[in-house]
Design a protein around this ligand. Structure first.
Ligand code: GLV
Length: 339
């Protein structure tokens, strides 16, 4: 389907855009001299068969994390030179396959760091203090009087925060914890000495962190190593008063095992922005638990940040097709040894 702002095209578009993006992002493509076609439905991902058809002649693909970029898509798009993902996570893109075919892959790091850290805290506080459950209790007519132990949750201030995956967002989550006078622990593939200096965070092994932390915030990217990292055994190691927060990717958690852990009271509560299979529907078992706060993958969803992600993705794409090095290239090896 042709984008309505474009003149009728006989020639194939240079770029396929898999979702109706905010106008400033499309303007960047126009100013870059690119013709493009857009999947026009904001509320529904492009069907796979349409996507495979649309990319056939394209040199650029501007996509979202709901689009799978794999061998099949790359084979269908022999002229493709760049995939610009409008997300920081790249688990929807087969990076190795793109690199093998010389296709540049870009993402949108940096611009969403603080926004996602804010949401991690919203979930942490909501789960610890039973915010959603408390509102639902009023709605159900369950607020009869002020009473001493009614809706009591867990203190956040002065307790121990454990961050699993201490990259940019993890560091931003840690910085906020200082305002709550928390002790900060982190686990990461590598020591993050800058984070230790700045926030006083202490490095721990994964299991040690699970045992010591009152709040465990998961921020690891989804890779073959992190898939299913949190399961029943990991929740069993945590304190029974612990709160688990996931703002990374759903598949890092074995969801059925988390549900069992919450039901059995192995941990106090969970706050989840991401799920193994998204979107989840109203019948999802985790929604039935009063001690699980569930959000529809809105970590970076502020007006300003989503706009910046879209324009950054467009900037990356334009740079790549103009023969410049894109600002956020995830596979620089495609540019050769000098890059
Ligand atoms: C969102 O989840 C992202 O990876 O940007």
């Amino acid at each position: 389907m042709a984008w309505k702002g474009m003149p009728a095209m006989t020639k194939a578009a240079d770029v396929y855009v898999t979702r109706l993006l905010p106008e400033p992002a499309l303007q960047i493509l126009r100013e870059g001299g690119l013709s493009f076609r857009v999947w026009p439905d904001e509320g529904r991902p492009v069907p796979r068969d349409v996507l495979l058809q649309e990319v056939r002649e394209c040199e650029g693909l501007l996509c979202l994390l709901t689009d799978r970029v794999d061998e099949e898509l790359l084979a269908a798009a022999p002229r493709l030179r760049v995939v610009a993902n409008t997300a920081v996570g790249l688990d929807n893109v087969d990076l190795a396959a793109c690199t093998r075919r010389g296709v540049m892959v870009t993402h949108t790091p940096g611009v969403l760091t603080e926004t996602v850290a804010d949401l991690a805290w919203a979930l942490l506080l909501a789960a610890a203090r039973r915010v959603v459950e408390a509102q639902k209790t009023i709605e159900a007519g369950g607020w009869n009087t002020w009473s001493l132990m009614f809706m009591t949750g867990q203190d956040v201030h002065g307790r121990t925060l454990g961050i699993v995956g201490a990259g940019r967002i993890g560091a931003a989550v840690a910085r906020r914890a200082r305002g709550f006078q928390m002790r900060i622990l982190y686990h990461n593939r590598r020591r993050n000495e800058a984070l230790e200096r700045e926030t006083g965070a202490e490095y721990r092994g994964f299991e040690e962190l699970l045992e010591e932390a009152d709040f465990v915030v998961c921020l690891v990217p989804l890779t073959e190593e992190t898939r299913g990292l949190f399961g029943y055994e990991q929740f069993r190691r945590m304190k029974r008063t612990a709160v688990f927060v996931n703002v990374a990717r759903g598949a890092v958690v074995r969801e059925a095992e988390l549900e069992r852990a919450l039901r059995e009271g192995l941990i106090w509560a969970a706050g989840l922005d991401v799920f193994e299979k998204e979107p989840i529907g109203p019948d999802h078992p985790l929604l039935k638990l009063p001690n699980c706060v569930c959000l529809p993958h809105i970590g970076s969803a502020t007006v300003a940040t989503r706009l910046r992600m879209a324009t950054l993705a467009a900037e990356n794409l334009v740079a790549a097709l103009a023969g410049r090095r894109p600002p956020n290239l995830a596979n620089p090896e495609v540019l050769g040894p000098q890059a």
